[in-house]
Design a protein around this ligand. Structure first.
Ligand SMILES: Nc1ncnc2c1ncn2[C@@H]1O[C@H](COP(=O)(O)OP(=O)(O)OP(=O)(O)O)[C@@H](O)[C@H]1O
Length: 308
């Protein structure tokens, strides 16, 4: 499987001015009698990678859904670059906030390239008549979209698989394709919901590199992840949700040594050289591959429409 983590030579997604990109204030989400998210404030600044962690059922995905227009929060506001975001996911994407899902949502029977082209639609201006008549404006826009999609496939290391059906990709590749498709909308903020879930150590490290490259290109990142090495290696700031409320927010050092976080989530203080054990596992896997021993990937890809 491809684990390329090339730094792109091409211009990336829209880089915005500095300052606050996302500002969520007092976000509350109730489902009947259950308050899944309670009064959460969170900001993401330009150039930041911010982590959102917490136990299962803490409200992380519900909070993402409130940020991205899938849910209308019961209370609170969400602003992107100072403007309140609409409660429609396609309009949120158009405004500049893209996301991936915990359970992959690709168009399984479309090719890799086609999946990324679908992600471009919020950035193409050509209308229905132009598309039907396939006039010169439409053909030019189509060519440009395809060029941009190919740049993103190179960026994510999937260019060689452009004509493969999404459902035939390995699981880690499907996750990368979701990221490529999200980037196709040229976001200023990318929300990643468990981007390394089900990945092997090689794929996880490649994903770390990819996320760093995305930040270098001017897109801020907010990431939900249960892999604490990933979080504490990558993030400038980490917020901890427990039972729908923000328990702690701060630098990785502050969060991982906070007794309340250890008690409510981490279990034991986070120890060791971050990334060193993964690096050792990756070296061992590479040595096995070089020696011709098969090393299993992370299994079959989940398909469109499974769960959240
Ligand atoms: N659509 C919904 N209707 C009713 N309850 C919901 C809905 N979505 C989530 N919940 C509940 O809200 C709470 C928070 O769930 P959520 O999926 O946001 O947690 P999470 O932190 O993302 O968990 P995980 O780490 O397991 O993905 C849970 O109790 C969940 O059962």
């Amino acid at each position: 499987m491809t684990t390329t983590s090339t730094t792109p030579a091409t211009p990336g997604p829209a880089a915005g001015p500095g300052g606050t990109v996302l500002e969520a204030t007092g976000v509350t989400m109730r489902f009947g009698g259950l308050t899944a998210v309670r009064g959460v404030d969170l900001t993401v600044d330009s150039g930041e990678i911010v982590g959102l962690i917490g136990p299962n059922g803490a409200g992380k995905t519900t909070f993402f859904n409130c940020l991205t227009g899938l849910y209308v929060p019961t209370e609170g506001t969400v602003k992107y670059r100072g403007t309140v975001l609409p409660h429609r996911s396609h309009l949120v994407t158009k405004a500049g906030v893209a996301r991936t899902f915990q359970n992959i949502r690709l168009f399984a029977n479309m090719t890799v390239l086609e999946n990324v082209l679908v992600g471009r639609h919020t950035r193409t201006k050509e209308g229905l008549w132009s598309a039907l008549l396939r006039g010169p404006g439409f053909r030019k826009a189509e060519r440009e979209s395809e060029e941009r999609a190919m740049e993103l496939l190179e960026f994510t290391g999937l260019d060689a698989k452009r004509d493969h059906l999404a459902r035939n990709l390995a699981y880690g590749e499907q996750r990368k394709l979701e990221i490529a498709r999200a980037l196709a909308s040229e976001p200023g903020l990318l929300l990643l919901d468990e981007p390394t879930a089900g990945m092997n150590p090689q794929e996880t490290m490649a994903t770390q590199e990819l996320v760093r490259a995305i930040r270098r290109q001017g897109t801020a990142v907010l990431v939900i992840e249960h892999d604490m090495r990933f979080i504490f290696n990558m993030c400038d700031r980490v917020a901890v949700l427990v039972q729908g409320e923000k328990l702690v927010e701060g630098s990785p050092q502050v969060v991982q040594s906070d007794e309340r976080v250890v008690a409510a989530y981490l279990g034991t203080p986070f120890e060791g050289e971050p990334g060193e054990s993964e690096a050792a596992e990756v070296r061992a896997a590479e040595a096995r591959e070089a020696g011709g021993t098969s090393s299993s990937g992370s299994g079959e890809g989940k398909k469109e429409g499974e769960g959240k």
